[in-house]
Every structure is written in C-alpha cells, then in structure tokens.
Design a protein around this ligand. Sequence first.
Ligand code: DON
Length: 320
Amino acid sequence: MPRELEAAVREIAEEMRARDDRGAVATYIPELADTDPGQFGIAVALRDGGVIASGDCDKPFSIQSISKVFTLTLALGKLGDRLWARVGREPSGSPFNSIVQLEAERGIPRNPFINAGALAVTDAILSGHQPKEALGAIVRFMQVVADDETVFIDQAVAASEERTGHRNAALAHYMKAFGVLENPVELVLGVYFHHCAIAMSCRQLAAAGRFLAHNGADPATGLSIVSTERARRINAVMLTCGHYDGSGEFAFRVGLPGKSGVGGGILAIVPGIASIAVWSPGLDAAGNSHLGRIALERLTTRMGWSVFSPTGAHSAGGAG
Ligand code: DON
C-alpha cells in the first residue's frame, strides 16, 4: 500500500494546490482572516508509525474545533459516562455556533462538537483546577498523542477570539443560567479559546489521531490512551456530529469519522489503518474546509477506505 498511497497523496496535493475554488477563509476570528488561502497540506499516519505527507504538511495552523475531539477524550477520562448528563450525542443539524436548541433543551447542548457542547466539555475539564492547570493538561495531552513537544498555543489567535467571541460568551452565559456550567463563564471561555488556538501541522495532527484509528492505543508504542470501546464511541460522535450540519454530506462523500475546524483543518480516521490530517484554510458554507473535504473524498475513493464497506473493497487499497 505505501507506494500506491504515496502516489495518491502526492497527486492529490498537486491537484489541490492548482485548484482555484478554495472557499473563504474564516474572518470572524480577526487573527485568522489574513491566512493565505493558497496553502494545502496532507499527512497520513500509518499503523507502523510511518507518515506519508505532502504540500504544507509541516506548517502549523490553528486547529480550532479539532481540539474538541481531544477535550472530549480528556473529559470522558475524567468523568466517564457521567459526562453525557451534561452534553448529548445527537447531531444538531444546525451551524456550529447556533444557540436555537439550547432554550428548548434547557441548556444541555446536543453534542460535544458544536460550540455549546465543547464549552460544557471544557467546563468539565476545568472543575477542580485553575485555568492554567486545565490548559496545561490539554496541551500536554496533545504533545503526548502527537509525540511532539513543540505543539503550542498561538496566543495571538486566542487573544483575538477572546476580544471578539461574543457568540460563545452568549452560549456560555445561557448554559450558566440553566446551571449546566459549574465554573465562572469567563474562565470557561478563556480555557476554550486557548485550546481552540492550539497550532499544529498536518503531520502532528495525523499522529495525534492514531489512537482513534487503533482501538485506543498508539500502535507504534503500544501506549493505551483510551479503551477500545471509548475510541469507537468517539469515532461514532465524529462521524455523526464532526462536521455540524455538513456531517451527512461528509459521511456521504468521505465515509469516515472526521472533525473539522475553522482554521481549515480536518482530522479523519480510517479504523485499523490510518489517521489523516488535511489542511486548506478556505471554508465551505458550513464552516468546513472546502478543499480539505474534496481531498479526503479523492483519497478515500482511490484507496477504497470507508467505514461503510470492507477495507479496500475496491482498488488495491488494502490494509497493507
Ligand atoms: O468557537 C469558535 O467559533 C472557534 N474557536 C471554533 C469553531 C470551529 O472551529 C468550527 N469548525 N469548523
């Protein structure tokens, strides 16, 4: 497989670089508005620890909502299934920053990946800790799963969102009014904006997703991060909710659990085979990377990767 995969990754990166339909860079976080939309990176982390990568695969970008996969993992580690009393696990069918369902559902967010749900998850991580400790735990977790100590928080992006994140403040206050958040709203928002501002390259992000592709353990080191069942469930929530109201389209076209971020990144999981990170800053109407999704559709089609069919059911893209 590696040879075929290498060719696929290289050719897809070339195609994406050349395309001029790039979507629109997110401007509601001022610090992200100047990002060059011409960039494209891809990295595929394999079971044996090898990474096949191309394009701007080593350039750190703002992972934004992709961080929610990892905060969900941490909060489940802390609270176990009790977390699900504070946040649901149903697709919302609404945009990532929507407030409409919160009133009827008494402040319990639909799922951990919409902003409201991620704020509830951040609140769960924060309880019993100072914001700095909670944030330190999140960044260290990212460094461990990425096996790279250089993963950092882009303070300018965090400050930029802190100044302008009124919708998130509204969501947090609304949930606080229902007694869903335990901690002061400003502290929850501070930790949330900072974990969204973590910067990682496609290579680092693909490595960080390996435990989700391999039953909860890093296949290279054998280090267990979560149980098999928990990895499976996180993947299930990524499949159904990871792209907000674009989740159905992503499942239809790509066929993998995935999580997007407004920085233009997508993490996608091929169970048993690979963890994939793509990055192209221009977004589609649902706030998901336009070319990132197209690149993943190309790759999964070519390799025969899908959770909806046996591995490598067509083409030569077997488990290798
Ligand atoms: O809270 C926000 O709006 C951002 N920090 C994260 C949103 C995001 O990445 C949505 N994903 N596509």
